[in-house]
Design a protein around this ligand. Structure first.
Ligand code: BTN
Length: 234
């Protein structure tokens, strides 16, 4: 995929900007900002997006609904590998796609659809924010690459590294991508709690990227979205 970059110092939200202007852009358009004033998170949450971050959205035109549902899985792996390329440290993924270093969330991913079936893949990475910034917001489970690795990768180098990993994964067979995902997924084998208060053990990932869990009464369930917290983590 050919990527075209448009950079901003700050925007309310790169996802919102791309969504509002999607008709003017081609597949591969990337909107990137150093700071967001209205960062959007999953499940209607706010995504705090302080200065010195890497916040970007990519416009993708998937061929099938199945392909579009797979994009967040690809994006999580691409971010983990991109970070590894620049810091030497390979992050883990908390299902479906929080990116973690030392069990702290350093990146969130939000895929939003447009009316005509395109996908806006939004990725927010905390690069240089301090521990005290997150503590002041009571976000003890959130951190930055700088705090966790003592290294602050160059924003645009990191962006390019993630985009090139993303491109490779897009053209890889889904089974291979799922194999890579399994290795990175910290949720597997853990006791988890869902937003509906279901307690279960995370067993495996389906070929579509869903989470297979076994409940306390030994029933198998498949989760395809929503919030899952890991016992002893978040
Ligand atoms: C989450 O963890 O809840 C998902 C957070 C996604 C944040 C990114 S930052 C770039 C893009 N623009 C937004 O407003 N949100 C996504």
């Amino acid at each position: 995929m050919k990527f075209t970059l448009e950079e901003f110092n700050f925007l309310p939200s790169t996802n919102l900007y791309l969504k509002e202007n999607a008709k003017d852009f081609l597949e591969g358009q990337v909107i990137v900002a150093k700071e967001q004033t209205g960062g959007r998170g999953r499940l209607g949450r706010t995504f705090f997006s302080p200065k010195n971050g890497l916040y970007f959205s990519v416009l993708i035109c998937p061929k099938t609904v199945e392909d579009s549902l797979f994009l967040p899985i690809i994006a999580g792996i691409a971010v983990a590998r991109g970070i590894k390329n620049l810091t030497g440290v390979l992050p883990k993924l908390k299902w479906p796609n929080d990116v973690l270093l030392n069990k702290k969330k350093i990146c969130g991913i939000l895929a939003e659809g447009t009316a005509d079936g395109k996908v806006i893949m939004g990725i927010g990475i905390n690069l240089g924010a301090s521990r005290s910034y997150f503590d002041s917001l009571n976000l003890s489970h959130v951190s930055s690459i700088l705090v966790e690795t003592k290294k602050e990768p160059d924003r645009l180098e990191l962006l390019n590294s993630i985009l090139s990993e993303f491109d490779i994964l897009l053209s890889s067979p889904k089974e291979e991508v799922i194999k890579l995902y399994r290795v990175l997924c910290i949720t597997l084998g853990q006791i988890i709690t869902t937003s509906t208060n279901l307690s279960a053990v995370a067993m495996d990932i389906t070929p579509k990227g869903e989470l297979i869990v076994k409940t306390q009464d030994n029933k198998i369930q498949i989760l395809n979205s929503g919030e899952v917290s890991i016992s002893g983590m978040y």
